[in-house]
Design a protein. Sequence first.
Length: 225
Amino acid sequence: MKKELPLTFLKGILAGLSIGLGGFLYILMTFLLQNELGKILGSTLFAVGLFLVCTFMLSLYTGKIGLVYEGKKNLTFYLSLPIMLIGNAVGAIGLGYLCFLIFKNNEYVMAVVNQACESRLVFHNFYDYLMVIVKSFLCGFCVYMAVKLFNMFRLKPLGILLLVFFVFVFVYCGFQHCIANMFYFGFGNTYANGYTYLNLGLCILFNSLGPIMGVIIPINKKEGN
């Protein structure tokens, strides 16, 4: 256990960096094209992040939490969940803030980033809270399905296609992924805003519950990443 948990933390940081890379590719495509095609390409390229996580078996919290609902009984696994989440945060926020330092004087890139952040920090009424909850829950389902199906077909074209499909769906539809949001908020330098933490709290909770919907689907049970 002493050796496994530090490794989990390291793999968690790498997973956070990978998801941050996916978020950066989304921002880049949106900035370069500034039209519907840019959104489509960005949503597709975001899958690069989850592909790296699955291929190198990194520790992504939202890819692992579904195992709880599959009945995984392992003390080390349960202890590793908060550790990998912290590692994911270090990687995603760190990459996001690095991007902020690089691009903070580019008003066009920052306009795209700020729009992404502001759209996630709207909490004016009950409907706004409900939308974060629903989008986070559906994102949790999509990530669970992407990881599970990728592992079933392991680097075969169908597995890669299904991973890209589910990632495309959750990004294009604006579903909210807690680790991706950590990257966006780092890039937008919004961590002085209290609503940032409210968003992340709701996202983590309902990303964690989303896999429940995936577990009831009769697919082959195989450990996710």
